[in-house]
Ligand binder design. Structure first.
Ligand SMILES: [Zn+2]
Length: 152
């Protein structure tokens, strides 16, 4: 066929986009062989064929996988998460994580004097005090409120 300058430029542009020779031919309304032959004469740089690019091992196309293999893969994909792996034993039991303090911080005695200490009994979940001192703290807060109300 006779190539016009315009067609050659179009071929160069489409070639640079990495389109397949068949696609270039389709867009230009010419045969794939004409595209290949002209590209060869123009010394256009060779490029990875689109077929080889899409056939990377990392992304096999399902259509190319034999039926039996794809069925096995599908079955394995379904079964695997449900099957406990013997090589991964369950983690050893650990104490339940607590929020905040793990020991009662209720002060016992006079701060700064001998014998002063904190209660140190296991604190209630999410509270700074053990059950006994949490109850005392509640009573004390209630008494403070009542004292303020009667004083007002
Ligand atoms: Zn306590």
């Amino acid at each position: 066929m006779d190539w016009t300058e315009q067609q050659i430029e179009q071929l160069r542009a489409l070639w640079a986009e990495g389109l397949s020779t068949a696609e270039i031919g389709r867009r230009m309304g010419i045969s794939k062989n004409a595209v290949v032959g002209k590209a060869h004469r123009l010394n256009l740089p060779s490029r990875p064929s689109p077929i080889r690019r899409s056939a990377k091992p990392a992304s096999p196309r399902p259509a190319t996988v034999p039926r039996a293999v794809s069925a096995a893969v599908a079955a394995a994909a379904v079964v695997t998460p449900l099957t406990p792996r013997p090589s991964a034993p369950p983690p050893p039991p650990r104490p339940a994580p607590r929020l905040g303090n793990t020991a009662c911080c209720w002060p016992i005695g006079e701060p700064g004097k001998t014998g002063f200490r904190f209660c140190d009994a296991p604190a209630l979940y999410g509270k700074p005090y053990c059950a006994e001192h949490a109850a005392q703290a509640y009573v004390r807060a209630k008494a403070d409120r009542q004292g303020q109300e009667s004083a007002a």
